[in-house]
Design a binder for this molecule. Structure first.
Ligand code: GLN
Length: 491
């Protein structure tokens, strides 16, 4: 038995302050993170690769720069894990897929560049569902990641590796991507905090595309303070992503920000419908009561198109995916299958058949089907119209309330393998998270209690476009009043 290593005692905020002030060395902070990974990741399997040498090199360079009088950035010395669908120069990116075998990127994603410029130390790549398609991190060529709160269960997905790495206190911050819930849902299931910002708030340049109109770069942390710190570093316009928004980036948790007195929180009936686990509902309602005690007013409201979110999402996301994934043809990236020398089509077919897993193939087939000539109006265009109706539900809600609250996931973490043969059951996990992606609005998940089996439950808060500040402020108020976010898994 290995000795249980010391948990990283500080948050990202505390690490950055201590390293900047010369009270701690980035190299020491990193060693503790690496020790924790070495001791625990054999069981959790959050990482697909740890950058021991490169990270040590960066930490030493940062310490040397400080010793030389340089002023360090807001994430000075903070170890950060990166979901394996962000490219990093001279590093591999696998997206959890065999088709990218051997692929090394010639450039670095904007989000990662920003973290590094702010002084963060990139410690490695984390596991994910193949091409971010899934809700359990079981669809990965590297095998599944395990939930640190119960190793027999899934961590959620698709950013399960990043969520588990933060939950197990291997790193205080991690990057994920959220297209339909892939950061909020694993955050909920692993007992950490995760923020999906407004679509366009963070540049997607260098994030491998799944569904381009829905994809968002989204961070994980242990609390709202660290999420706010990280968002401030990541947010902003980028000439390399035409959909990035050119709007000022506020101090998301300014010290003089008001509390939540008088804040109106919408509670949509449709989000508390059949299929919501009773324990999850109970923890969510208790959390709402806590917010009420803190001064918020709860407003029951209707968002009638919510029930169309899953079919709409699974049409639009698969359509976009089928187009985005057309580039993996055995020529430009990664792996190429054995094939008859003179037949290009055979080569494409064999490469894609061998390289893509079953779930990705299912999505490409679905997406190609709904984009087929003669079917486009019936499926894809209709989905776009329903997407508008879902967005209007949010517009109507936000004419009455400041934010919307619900559970993040309809149930707590399920057992590994439990839903693997039932795609529809797997897709239903996304029922509460996909609407925010379809509407483009920000949403976050914070820990709000535990089930009788000691599994974490997450509270989802959704806000108006570009109003991450209200979400983070509310989350911070909730975390001041509770300590669910402090509970660590016993590993
Ligand atoms: N679970 C959803 C899906 O499988 C969401 C994925 C994501 O947000 N990347 O598509």
């Amino acid at each position: 038995m290995s000795q249980r290593p010391q948990a990283l005692p500080e948050s990202a905020d505390e690490i950055a302050r201590a390293v900047s002030a010369g009270q701690a060395l980035a190299a020491d902070v990193l060693e503790r993170s690496l020790q924790r990974i070495a001791a625990l990741d054999g069981r959790v399997k959050a990482f697909v690769e740890v950058f021991h040498d490169a990270a040590r090199h960066s930490a030493q360079a940062l310490d040397a720069a400080r010793a030389g009088g340089a002023e360090l950035g807001p994430l000075a010395g903070v170890p950060v894990a990166i979901k394996d669908n962000f490219v990093m120069r001279d590093q591999r990116t696998s997206c959890g897929s065999a088709i990218l075998e051997g692929f090394v990127s010639p450039y670095t994603a904007s989000a990662v560049e920003r973290l590094v410029s702010a002084g963060a130390i990139i410690v490695g790549r984390t596991n994910m569902d193949e091409f971010a398609m899934g809700s359990s991190t079981e669809h990965s060529c590297h095998g599944p990641t395990h939930n640190p709160f119960d190793l027999q269960r899934i961590p959620g997905g698709s950013s399960g590796g990043s969520a588990a790495a933060v939950a197990a206190r291997m790193v205080p911050l991690a990057l994920g991507s959220d297209t339909g819930g892939s950061v909020r849902q694993p955050a909920a299931l692993c007992g950490v905090s995760g923020l999906k910002p407004t679509y366009g708030r963070i540049s997607r340049f260098g994030l491998v595309a799944f569904a381009s109109s829905l994809d968002t770069v989204s961070p994980f942390a242990c609390d709202a303070t660290d999420l706010a710190l990280c968002l401030r570093v990541l947010a902003g316009v980028d000439t390399r992503d035409a959909t990035s928004i050119n709007a000022p980036v506020p101090d998301y948790l300014a010290a003089d920000a008001p509390g939540i007195e008088g804040l109106r929180i919408g509670v949509p009936t449709e989000y508390f419908a059949d299929g919501l686990d009773p324990e999850v509902e109970a923890r969510t309602r208790e959390a709402l009561a806590i917010l009420e005690i803190q001064g918020a007013t709860l407003v029951e409201l209707a968002m009638p198109h919510t029930r169309f979110a899953i079919p709409t999402y699974y049409l639009i996301a698969t359509a976009e995916a089928s187009s985005n994934l057309a580039r993996y043809d055995g020529i430009r990236y990664g792996r190429r299958a054995e094939h008859p020398a003179d037949d290009l089509n055979e080569m494409y077919t064999a490469t894609r058949h061998e390289g893509f897993g079953a779930e990705v193939q299912r999505r490409i087939l679905l997406g190609s089907f709904c984009l087929r000539q003669g079917y486009v109006e019936e499926w894809y265009q209709k989905a776009q119209k329903v997407r508008t109706l879902i967005r209007r539900d949010f517009d109507a809600a936000f004419s009455q309330v400041d934010l919307i609250a619900s559970a993040t996931s309809p149930g707590a973490a399920f057992s590994l393998g439990e839903k693997l043969d039932d795609p529809l059951a797997m897709y239903m996990n996304d029922i509460l998270t996909t609407p925010a992606n379809l509407a483009g609005v920000p949403g976050l998940s914070i820990p709000c209690g535990f089930t009788d089996e000691d599994l974490p439950v997450g509270l989802q808060l959704m806000g108006q476009a570009l109003d991450e500040a209200t979400l983070l402020r509310t989350a911070a108020v909730f975390q001041e009043a509770t300590d669910y976010h402090r509970r660590e898994p016993v590993l």
